[in-house]
Design a binder for this molecule. Sequence first.
Ligand code: WT7
Length: 638
Amino acid sequence: MDDESVVETNPRDRDGVDPSAAFAEQANVSAADAAALEGEWPDCWARAGEMLDWSEPPETTFEAAGGDRRWFPGGELNASVDCVDRHLDDRKTQAAIKWIGKRGERRTYTYLDLYHEVNEFAAALRSLGIGEGDVVTLYMPAIPELPIAMLACARIGAPHNVVFAGFSAAALAERMERADSEYLVTCDGYYRRGNAIHQKNKADNACLSVPHEVTETVVVERLDDESVQLGEADRAYDDLLAAHRGAEVEPVPRAANDPLFLIYTSGTTGEPTEVRHTTGGYLAHATWTSHAVLDLEPADTYWCSADIGWITGHTYLVYGPLSLGTTTMLYEGTPDHPEKDRVWELIERNAVDVFYTAPTAIRAFMKWGAEHPDSHDLSSLRLLGSVGEPLNPSAWWWYYEHVGGGECPIVDTWWQTETGAILLSTLPGVDRMKPGSTGPPLPGIDVAVVGPNGEETTAAEGGRLAVTKPWPGMPLSLDGDDRADEWRYATEDIARIDDDGYVTVLGRIDDTVTVGNHRLGTTELERAIADVPGVAEAAIVDVRDGSDSSIFAFVSTDDSHEAERDLRERITDNVERSIGAFAVPETFVFTPELPKTRSGKLMRRLLKDIADDDELGDTSALRNPEIVGEIRSALDRE
Ligand code: WT7
């Protein structure tokens, strides 16, 4: 039985759509190729390893020894060679990175330019004393110096630790401290809505609170009309490059299982969790999926709209496309500035072939109106992608018709910070697409949906999505579950698998919400709110209203509380200070109490129903049922 309340199930969604013959004919993976990919696990993954250049070839594809699971053991490589050097013979003069700055600036780096700047910056990093294994924190917006710094770190074997530029000083300090990172590359500032944001001030504040004495800091000068005072441990990026003009740095051979980078993700506890991705397995998985799922080719101009600060930007803006020798676009601006057709204008002007974005963006485009994409020539597009949340069928169809002109397949790709690269997706030239469902596991990936006792289930209400075999992009020290003869990584996603093996993600088990395209722990946000004097408790819920999704904060106040407006201001300040402005909830609802069960447990589900304006479920378990009416009227006043 289909549960109508869980997913929209219209006949055209159930039947799905086949990729066009025109797409299938040129696809990197054809139906015949796909059959051959379904080989014996793990050997079938040798194909991904073969896409890389190794200075020392791996002894085998996969090895499980003791508790360790290792991909491509014995192999040695350097990611900067795969992403830069190996393209010099064939596409020295082809654009590697096309940057469109917030003030209309345009800068293009050919693969040769990229080679020079990566080498010069690698030499510069070395001159600061940075060596193999040292963690370098990168704290920059979408400017070319960020991917260049990532590749320069990779070249000298220094794992990078990219921290999203919108994070606050406190959040940066926490990530530097946990990573034990004494080196920082940042910028003086950047522009938001025409105003200069002083990134360097945030960086300085972070450096004051980390335990080590000096943080060697490199500062990219992004603000054109202001100069930021550099401190004693600060170096200007341009001066460093000038001092190392023409330098070439021998790429450091890294073992396949040496970390390429660290990235932090949010967990239920509210503590950022460190994920360490490997050099060989990660890069192989990133490269193979960019080829097979995103269908990228060197001749393509490709645009991934994610921020490099999140995993999507690492894998599918930087490593995957550059490893394949593609032109990757880096856009610093916002999608609605100067006009709401900005994205379509950029796709038209740059003749973008493949566009990869997130459901929240697609829903925003939808709200702004089809006239925007409809008024542009988007015929350069060949394939569309989505990642980050379930792509609801109405948004799917809108994307398909108004952006893809009914001809571009859509890949709804499921993966996570922890998986490193895509695990579930249709193969765009092969599989039928079913709107609302991500797709089957890729060849070589195995998943199951498991019930509360770990047993496999096909129940309509779904179960927990688990990955049942290791995959190349798996990080070091993944929290896997070892059973007698079976390994399993259980995610926090609730999902259902249909008869064709397609996975539909229904929700999450843990308390995380998606904010600005990033998974954030509700605990993290609730703590930042509850810390404010006058606040008793806070509950965060994620609400979807038609095409909109937004974060509601239900805040109970203590007796001493002042005017709501002041309290809201102080809460906003505190969220900005402890996490970053991007995490401030859209809607605040102040109430004397939160709804609690008799045993004192918060009824989050009820808050969700209130915010959704849904029928309330059973409220008989509530200790304070009268509060529901009060919360409703408080919400009405918003
Ligand atoms: C969580 C991972 C991987 C980059 C983006 C977010 C959700 C991701 C889909 C999809 C439904 C999806 C899951 C997952 N998610 N892709 N195609 N359909 N849900 O990375 O912040 O690590 O979050 O995003 O809940 O577990 P992340």
